[in-house]
Design a protein around this ligand. Sequence first.
Ligand code: ARG
Length: 471
Amino acid sequence: MSGQKRDGATDSSANAMWGGRFSGGPSDIMTRINVSIDVDKRLYRQDIEGSLAHAAMLAERGIISAEDRTAIEAGLRKVREEIEAGTFRFRPELEDIHMNVEARLVEIAGPAARRLHTARSRNDQVATDFRLWVRDEIDALGDALKALQAALLDQAERHAEQVMPGFTHLQNAQPVTFGHHLLAYVEMVGRDRGRFADCRQRLNESPLGSAALAGTSFPIDRHGTARALGFDRPTANSIDGVSDRDFAIEFLAAGAITAMHLSRLAEEIVLWCSDRFGFIALSDAFTTGSSIMPQKRNPDAAELVRAKTGRLIGALDGLLVMMKGLPLAYGKDMQEDKQPTFEAADALMLCVAATAGMISDLTVRPERMEAAAREGFTTATDLADWLVRVLDLPFRDAHHVTGSIVRIAEERGCTLDALPLEAMQSVEPRITRDVYDVLSVERSVASRTSYGGTAPVRVREAIAAARERFL
Ligand code: ARG
């Protein structure tokens, strides 16, 4: 290609939209690097919505005639119909969704359509369309995340008393209930929803009417178009309006955090349904078999949720890198914002749905959870607390005494509640038979009644409160 002046120009005629000062068409390569229609056709609905609001405002302000407005509106609706019916012919030489819609509009509505682009630019147009798209996506994700919380809460309710080992460092730590564990994710998802809601609130300003960057000399009504499009207000600065993509970055940041949360749950699901843990069984609907090993049931959905987190983090990274150092106002660099955002949003939507499905369908294996909860001396803290409460030992001393008792139990290969009283008394003679009241995993869990704790009575309260707060 190098050395050629105009390598393979596709079209000798200049662009119909902006070709006034051009005598030749773009090279093949130029067309290919510039084109975005395959990606941004996804904005067609928002683009047409924005144009409808703009045309109505232009007519109300006397900038175009009422007849032109009517022709434009009817034409835009026709374009929308064609796109939705799949009969619209997207033309790559028209670059993007904005010019594709407008070119077809001119064909349908005639000369009136050539007035639609008065007092606007593709710069404010795309900024408006993309904000509208992200806003719609936030609303859809909000619903999906709420459904996930509902699925988690239903399982938590079913298993509010189900004992399992709680882990730190993935080592058995203290017994908890499965319901309590699931409620942790209800909280995380609640904050995820909050982050999306914050993002929505900040992005809900209309760039439309910022025009190319400086505003316009026409007497437009930016407040009116903002209202018509469901925005809270117009962006206050026209340069900012066309040049920032922080709303998409913030959306991806919220998405990356959400995906990170989902990946932790996915990883736990993978562990829980493994032969080693055996805490749960996944349904046929969210597992696959192996083509060679007939006995296998693989948690592919969970693994893919775990993996797709990378797309969210990658998209966030990509947009940050794409935007950093860009001088104000618009630069074509920004055209690269949409593909990663669309792909990340699609991946996240799937992950949320798959997670909700896995959670709803999973069945618990109580005997496995309980047996595991008893392993690893998980009630050692309960013993230490008893020594503090009943014998008034300082906690540090109680910790030491308990450590010695655990060592004896370990040597004998038994759990703490199976250790004879004399063995404990060999370490601390004042220990009485009452100590056994606190050494079972059920008692341990039931005793953790502090606010937010794992006692079933608290878990049930927390479920009721979460239903109020989130559903
Ligand atoms: N397709 C472009 C984008 O996504 C639309 C804006 C083009 N503006 C321009 N001045 N060339 O960013």
